[in-house]
Design a protein around this ligand. Structure first.
Ligand code: UDP
Ligand code: MG
Length: 318
């Protein structure tokens, strides 16, 4: 038997005692269909229910199962990142534990991968069992996101995907702490294709993404991939300065022409101060954006493949 499996499946779990058994069963069925080696990597993200014991039991019974127990809850994106770190497969599948992403799609993803697609991402055609509010906010979020990031990401796409080893390695080389994985995958490039699917409702239990976590994820997404918000004061400042300049000029002219000016010149002067402060903030924003860019420590470029070098194969692996 070879050491590295063909497929690694990464499954983040936080208090999922109600779904784990079913999840394991459906994942196993889907992977057995592929007739190749695989491993199931469950990340227990600091669960407080029976998740931990249940996962250990699965690992005892089935050698395909591996479990990473976090010492405390670190969050979904971090749990998936840990899974990517431990995954040894040629292809890595990321899937939620709650069966909202159907494991039965994995063979289709695998087929696309065998045809050379390096990132097969699940794109939601529909979402059942989600509240009206969630659907509307998600929609609004995607619109804002597209705008702020100049369409850098596909819409209606979560973390459910299959990625090639080469892509998984690129993500592992991105040390940023605020992790918005779907964005990072899109940023990486390579041959990416969508697989349309209908998102199911949760098999059991409740969402572990309360509004607070959701907002954090949304903020991470925007702030890690767009510096437009930082530039806002720059434009505000310039606009304000312009307005104040005109006000001052007009009151000066009026004064010279002997008209009553009132205190307009004061408003203009005042605006100059406010505008200068905003402009300074905007300029600082520019520097902060650069500091942030450096701090993220992302690779400068990502090599898809090389040709003509003596060690092409090696280099392609990065
Ligand atoms: N999850 C996790 N850590 C957390 C929250 C969630 O590992 O702090 C896992 C959870 O067990 C599930 C996946 O991330 O497998 C998606 O979470 P959930 O289904 O609660 O989110 P939703 O689908 O409602 O957005
Ligand atoms: Mg879910």
């Amino acid at each position: 038997m070879r050491m590295n499996p063909v497929y690694s499946v990464v499954i983040p779990c936080y208090n999922e005692e109600e779904v784990i058994t079913e999840s394991y069963r459906r994942l196993t069925d889907a992977l057995l269909l592929l007739n190749e080696s695989y491993e199931l990597i469950f990340i227990n993200d600091g669960s407080k229910d029976k998740t931990s014991a249940m996962l250990d039991e699965l690992a005892d019974e089935d050698t395909h199962v591996r479990v990473i127990h976090f010492a405390r809850n670190a969050g979904h994106q971090i749990a998936v990142s840990a899974g990517l770190d431990y995954a040894a497969g040629d292809a890595v599948v990321i899937i939620d534990a709650d069966l909202q992403d159907p494991p039965e799609l994995i063979p289709q993803m695998a087929a696309m991968w065998k045809n050379g697609v390096q990132v097969v991402y699940g794109k939601r055609r529909s979402r059942s069992g989600e509240s009206f509010l969630k659907l509307k906010t998600a929609d609004l979020y995607y619109k804002v996101m597209q705008n702020l990031t100049n369409d850098a990401f596909p819409r209606d796409t979560g973390d459910f995907r299959l990625v090639d080893r080469q892509v998984a390695d690129v993500i592992r080389d991105m040390p940023e702490h605020a992790r918005y994985l779907r964005g990072m995958f899109a940023w990486a490039g390579f041959r990416q294709e969508a697989l349309l699917y209908d998102r199911d409702k949760r098999f059991a239990g409740e969402t572990h993404y309360p509004l607070k976590k959701m907002l954090k994820l949304a903020a991470d997404g925007i702030m890690s991939f767009s510096d437009k918000p930082l530039k806002l004061p720059l434009w505000l400042g310039l606009g304000w300065l312009g307005l104040s300049g005109i006000t001052l000029l007009v009151s000066l002219l009026a004064q010279l022409l002997g008209k009553t000016v009132g205190l307009w010149w004061l408003a203009g002067l005042n605006g100059l101060i406010g505008g200068s402060i905003l402009l300074s903030l905007g300029i600082m924003g520019g520097y902060i954006a650069r500091i942030y860019e450096e701090a993220k420590g992302r690779p400068l470029y990502i090599v898809g493949r090389t040709k003509g070098f003596p060690d092409d194969a090696l280099r392609t692996k990065g």
